[in-house]
Each structure stands twice: as C-alpha cells, then as structure tokens.
Design a protein around this ligand. Structure first.
Ligand SMILES: C[S@@+](CC[C@H](N)C(=O)[O-])C[C@H]1O[C@@H](n2cnc3c(N)ncnc32)[C@H](O)[C@@H]1O
Length: 373
C-alpha cells in the first residue's frame, strides 16, 4: 500500500469514529442518524455534496471518476442509516413473485447468485462491496461457505462485524477494509467471488474485474449483479442521459456504463463469460422497482406494508418532512435533509430507468477464470 493510500485509510477510519462515536455499529436506522456527531455530519454532507453537486459536465464527471474512493466513501457515510431504515440490511433490489414477501424475495435473489456461482460448504468466498453484510450472512447460512466481505466504508464494516457477532456467524464471516480497485489479498486466494450492486461504483470496470480475476483461484467463478444501462440506452439522447445522471448523482456512482462495456471488461481481463442475463427484462407481474414507485397494488403481504410505506413516494415525503423538522429544531444533524433530497432524485431516476428498460440493477454475469495450462 502506498503512503497516500495509507493516509486516506487512516483519515477515513478516524472520520467514522468522529461521526459515530465509540459504539459505532451498534445503532441502526433513525436512531443511528439521530446520534451522529453534528459537526462531523456537517463535514460528511459537505464532502458528499462537493462530489455529488448536481453538475453533469465532463469536468465534474472526471472529478468523480478520479476521486471515486472518497466520493463513494462520503456517499455511504451519509446514506447508510437511511438505507437501513428504508430497506433493511441488504442494500439491493430483487425480483418479486406474486405473494412473496419483501424479505423472502431479497433472500431468494441472494440464494440465486450463490447458486449461479456454485458456492458450497467450505468454499472461501469474497463478497466485493459487502455493505453491512446482509447478503454475506444470508449466503453463509444458505451454503455453509466462509465469506470475507470487502468494503471501503468503515461505518458499514463496523456494522457488518457487529451483526455477524449477533448472528453467531463471526467464525464463518470476516469483513475487511479495502478498495476493490486495489485489492491486498494474495493472488489465487478465493474459490468463488460475488458482487451485488457494488462494482458499479468503480471508475473503470476493467479495474475491479481485473482485481477479482487476480484473487480468484484458477477455475474459480465470479458471479455479479451489475448495475448497467441496457442496450436500449443511447448516450447521445438527452432524455436517456438525464435518467443516467439521476442514477449517478443520487446513488453515488461516478459513471453508469452500458452492458456491453461490462461484458467486454470481463473478457478483457481474461474471464470466460459463462452466462449473461438481464433478470429485470421479464414479464414479472410485480416489477423490481415497486418499492420505490409507490404503487400500492403491488404490495404482496400485510407484513410488507411498513417497509413499502417507508420506501414509497408518500413515505419518502413523510421522511423528508420529518427529517427537515428534526434538523430545524436541532434533533437531527445538519445536512440530513439534503441527503433525503438526493435519495429522492435517485428513486426518480431508478423508477424511470426501470419503467423505460433503459437501466437494470440485475444484469447477471457468471464468469470463470480459466484453469492454468
Ligand atoms: C449498494 S451497496 C451494496 C452492498 C451489498 N452488496 C448489499 O447488497 O447489501 C454498494 C457497496 O459497495 C461498496 N463500495 C463502493 N465502492 C467501493 C470500493 N472502491 N471498494 C470497496 N467497496 C466499495 C460500498 O461501500 C457499499 O457497501
């Protein structure tokens, strides 16, 4: 690790402590948000807004690509509590079958990826961009594999470790700090690697896929749910680009790439692509984006009403108003409202992208590192 990387790492860890105090990890959702240190939160929001300032010109895009690590780190410092409050501990979308509950659908989406990667008991598996460890806990319980979660966000790592201990899975799971563009694992370490809606934060897909290729054992499999613009997307069409911008700015992504860029990147670093399928391109009665689109007709179970209300348009308005009032009277740290507004922009872009089929959060790629000759 270079000195600059080491300094960045120390600075980020120190900042997470200032922001969340010593019991970092133990609180969740709104109670974690309300207990954040006010001045550190203001700094976090300022850092976030510096990168995600609504500017869409080439210079602004290049700035985010160059500073992808800090940009994404600051994004997750400010949104993690909101994600957990609205979505639970797996930060990804999923498909819904009629009658299926939100949590069952999220777990099934994770099981499916584990199945596609061929993860089995005793495998050593890497989860790239592991969030607060929801998928790792589920896939570990489902398969019996040992999983290491990699993440560059200290707050999320502390939470992932805390929840693993609580679930009595800390012997099978480990969570480590690192940038997926510069992995520090020995080459040929992992039997399988998976990534769920995380590698879209890379400034260049060859970078992260190349690192995954390096740490996989020969013959090992990588399975990913990638966020990409579909083949219907035309970068020169202003309406299309607007949707991509909303997704980039609201979700902390330096640049949304089209599906063929992802496919080529996998091949360019040496992978053999075994399977490719846009799981959102289907005839499902309940669309993947329904928790954000506010259509009550899609709610599948009574138990999901509370989750759906929090993530729906109306629920998001209620949260924004509540957070605005709490910020005004000094209960919520300053800048919290700005964050809810950015998340609103993200939701609008995601639903528009989903409805028009210009965007998918679940482009499945299954790829193998060839056996050595
Ligand atoms: C949308 S979240 C998905 C988290 C998790 N896969 C899940 O499904 O719950 C994206 C994750 O990627 C992580 N991430 C983004 N950029 C990263 C980087 N350069 N190195 C490591 N992790 C990164 C974020 O911190 C976050 O945990």
């Amino acid at each position: 690790m270079t000195e600059t990387q080491q300094e960045l790492r120390q600075r980020q860890a120190q900042f997470a402590k200032e922001l969340y105090g010593d019991d970092i990890g133990a609180k969740s959702g709104l109670s974690a948000l309300l207990s954040k240190n006010n001045s550190a939160q203001q700094e976090a929001v300022a850092k976030y807004l510096r990168h995600w300032d609504g500017k869409t010109d080439e210079e602004a895009e290049q700035r985010r690509l160059d500073d992808y690590n800090e940009a994404t780190h600051s994004y997750y410092n400010v949104v993690t509590d909101f994600y957990e409050y609205g979505w639970g501990s797996s930060f990804h979308f999923s498909r819904f079958y009629p009658g299926e509950s939100f949590s069952a659908s999220v777990a099934r989406h994770e099981h499916y990826l584990a199945y596609k990667a061929g993860i089995k008991e005793g495998d050593l598996v890497l989860d790239v961009g592991c969030g607060i460890g929801g998928p790792a806990r589920e896939i570990c319980t489902f398969t019996g594999a040992n999983i290491i979660g990699l993440n560059n966000n200290d707050y999320q790592l502390a939470k992932a470790k805390y929840y693993a201990r609580k679930a009595n899975l800390d012997k099978k799971l480990d969570f480590v700090k690192g940038d997926f563009m510069k992995m520090e694992f020995e080459p040929n370490t992992f039997d399988k690697v998976y990534a769920i809606e995380a590698t879209c934060h890379a400034p260049k897909l060859e970078g992260v896929y190349g690192e995954i290729y390096k740490v996989l054992k020969p013959g090992g499999v990588f399975a990913v749910y990638e966020w990409v613009m579909t083949d219907n997307y035309d970068e020169t069409n202003p309406e299309h680009r607007k949707i991509a911008y909303e997704i980039e700015l609201g979700d902390g992504i330096p640049k949304m790439f089209p599906a063929d860029v992802a496919r080529e990147a996998l091949r360019n670093v040496g992978f053999e692509v075994l399977e490719e399928k846009d799981l959102a391109d289907n005839e499902d009665k309940v669309p993947w984006y329904y928790p954000l689109s506010g259509e009550w007709k899609y709610v599948q179970t009574i138990g999901d009403l509370a989750t759906f209300f929090r993530t729906s348009y109306l629920g998001r308005k209620v949260t924004t108003t509540m957070v605005t009032v709490m910020e005004k009277i000094g209960i919520a740290p300053k800048g919290s409202r700005d964050v809810t507004l950015a998340l609103e922009e993200a939701a609008v872009g995601l639903v528009a992208g989903g409805k028009s089929k210009l965007f998918t959060p679940m482009m499945l790629f299954v790829a193998r590192k060839p056996e050595e000759n």
